[in-house]
Write a protein of this length. Structure first.
Length: 321
């Protein structure tokens, strides 16, 4: 029996590791997608406006509000954006230097962050690199990129402020993107500033909950995870069959059998939670995972469901006899 328990324990660890591998692959895909969207999150919104209001006037209007923890990108084209932000922003993968600080968004002197594929274009007479645009040389403060190839590698970001915007265009000449975790609550205020009601999501959504695009992006991973949970349920069933011991204990009274079932359930819970922890440690060590706390909580919830099923199964075994 010990060998069979060991085999089941190993299989439980394998199920957890496979589940984390699936989650890791999806997380990598989402991260790559974010990089291809100039490192903006899935909540980012595109504002389409015909307004002739200048970028600088727009930033001055934003600066007068109480908005915080946001980033606005004024995209001139697929490879150039003016950036204005306040407060906490999403992390940008850096190869060298730093990304913009709040000080940069108050300065009259714009600075530049470039994608790693644009480094060879920079003018670097000494230790400081410069980005040349027309007759101006702007200091480069950072290089962004990762080991994978994304559109972020080709992009140039130039800071903007209420005091100065390089090549101050009107809004109808750029694409306005806003990344704000509270975008739903601030949407009307942004619409008023940009003088438009025309918006779209950077990451398309078909319904408020689950739509075609969500299924296309996450459907395969969701199906695999459900199948792995079913496999874990089957292993729990086999564990119950292995340890029920009813035939050897057929003279037990109903009261004693309930105690026996509870004891076996506690043993199973100890095995399951231990194997889940081992699998989680292995997965978090070898795989790319975000929101580890949420993932671990999800695993614990699944474990509680399996433990409940195990106890129910033990009861059914007794009733069957």
């Amino acid at each position: 029996m010990r060998l069979k328990k060991l085999v089941l324990d190993v299989l439980f660890v394998g199920v957890v590791v496979l589940g984390l591998l699936v989650i890791s692959q999806r997380a990598k895909a989402m991260y790559s997608e974010r990089l291809n969207h100039n490192s903006l999150s899935q909540k980012a919104v595109i504002f389409k406006t015909k307004s002739h209001q200048s970028i600088q006037s727009t930033i001055q209007a934003i600066d007068q509000t109480k908005l915080n923890n946001f980033q606005v990108q004024f995209n001139v084209n697929n490879h150039l954006s003016y950036v204005y932000a306040k407060g906490k922003q999403a992390n940008v993968p850096l190869k060298d230097g730093r990304f913009f600080s709040n000080y940069d968004f108050k300065s009259r002197m714009p600075v530049v962050v470039v994608g790693q594929s644009r480094v060879n274009e920079l003018y670097q007479p000494a230790s400081q690199a410069y980005y040349q645009t027309k007759n101006r040389y702007l200091s480069v403060i950072g290089v962004v990129g990762t080991n994978q190839t994304t559109s972020l590698d080709q992009h140039v970001f130039i800071s903007a402020s209420p005091e100065f915007v390089l090549n101050n265009r009107s809004l109808n000449q750029v694409t306005v993107l806003v990344d704000d975790q509270q975008i739903g609550a601030h949407l009307k205020e942004y619409q008023k500033i940009f003088k438009t009601k025309s918006i779209s999501n950077l990451t398309p959504k078909n319904t408020p909950i689950i739509g075609v695009n969500w299924l296309r992006e996450n459907g395969t991973a969701a199906i695999i995870l459900v199948l792995l949970i079913i496999v874990a349920g089957v292993l729990s069933h086999l564990f119950a069959q292995l340890v029920n011991g009813y035939h050897a204990q057929k003279n037990l009274t109903a009261s004693l059998y309930r105690k026996y079932s509870m004891g076996q359930t506690q043993i199973f819970a100890a095995h399951l939670l231990s194997m889940t922890l081992i699998g989680f440690i292995i997965g978090s060590w070898f795989f790319y995972l975000t929101h580890l706390g949420i993932i671990f909580s999800g695993l614990v919830v699944v474990d509680l469901v399996l433990i409940t099923y195990f106890y129910f199964r033990m009861t059914r075994i007794k009733l069957a006899h």
